[in-house]
Design a protein around this ligand. Structure first.
Ligand SMILES: Nc1ncnc2c1ncn2[C@@H]1O[C@H](COP(=O)(O)OP(=O)(O)O)[C@@H](O)[C@H]1O
Ligand SMILES: [Mg+2]
Length: 261
């Protein structure tokens, strides 16, 4: 399998705090990765480095073998789309216009979007169940609806890599599963590489090709769900007890947390 992203010796210090500590990771194309770990373990900071919201100061990140520092913003946007953790917007935009913005990296500066661009945006809205919201203002939507609109915009960008920071945290269970199914389909049918921060360990275990478990700014474990989701590893990172069973539907690890009272 071909490496699509390489993170090499990445460290990050913010306000004199060691936020990321010598991270080494490689992501192969056409896989679904989830990043899990306690609050404050550095998940968002890691994603922000990969999508260049934060500059790399120590170490390097390679996209398709090329150092991220050598990508222009526009070139990076053709390779990689991202759905941030907080999708709150300050301006009131129509939903369809927001989704269509995903085409910006593909449209010339003085060019207008084509019929094909509009069709791509409409298709993304149908996939994410946001088509019926297309004429609404983004700021009247619920958190979950807004999240799906931002996912539709990322889909419209048509990039080989998609990064998503807690894309399902605000969604009801139906939309959580729907979005995870879409991400899986993007990997399996459309050959995308998806890297997704999740809190729900059961969903991570069911959907991931590989799980990256961060703890205190370090990679604690990376591997197939069965290698990462063990009660010993989870106890050490989360400081509590877990019972791990086999999921009767698909044999992935099924996690039952409990308090050792
Ligand atoms: N700009 C910043 N300045 C100082 N500390 C920060 C900054 N951004 C994040 N942090 C700290 O870095 C740690 C990791 O944050 P984050 O990457 O958001 O964690 P996670 O997404 O895993 O919850 C936290 O302790 C957070 O307070
Ligand atoms: Mg975060």
């Amino acid at each position: 399998m071909k490496e699509i992203i390489g993170v090499k010796d990445l460290s990050c210090i913010l306000s004199e705090k060691n936020i990321l500590n010598n991270i080494n990771l490689n992501f192969e194309e056409k896989k679904l990765y989830t990043i899990v770990g306690p609050n404050g373990s550095g998940k968002t900071t890691l994603l922000k480095h990969i999508c260049k919201i934060l500059d790399v100061n120590q170490g390097d990140i390679y996209i398709e073998g090329k150092s991220i520092g050598r990508f222009s913003g526009r070139d990076l946007s053709k390779n990689l789309s991202s759905v941030p953790q907080n999708t709150h917007t300050n301006f009131s935009y129509n939903v369809f216009d927001i989704v269509l913005m995903g085409r910006n990296p593909h449209i010339g500066r003085f060019q207008k979007e084509s019929k094909a661009d509009i069709e791509i945006a409409e298709k993304a809205m149908k996939i994410t169940g946001t088509y019926d919201l297309r004429n609404e203002d983004i700021d009247v939507l619920s958190g979950g609806e807004r999240q799906r609109v931002i996912i539709a915009r990322a889909l419209t960008q048509e990039t080989p890599i998609m990064l998503l920071d807690e894309p399902i945290s605000q969604l009801d269970i139906h939309h959580q599963i729907q979005i995870m199914n879409i991400l899986k389909e993007l990997v399996e049918k459309f050959n995308k590489t998806v890297i997704c921060v999740l809190h729900d360990l059961n969903i991570a275990a069911q959907y991931s090709d590989e799980i990256i478990l961060l703890d205190k700014g370090k990679v604690f474990r990376k591997g197939h769900p069965s290698q990462v989701i063990t009660k010993e590893i989870l106890r050490e990172v989360y400081g509590m007890e877990f019972h791990i069973m086999e999921n009767p539907i698909n044999s992935s690890p099924l996690i039952l947390p409990y308090n050792n009272i």
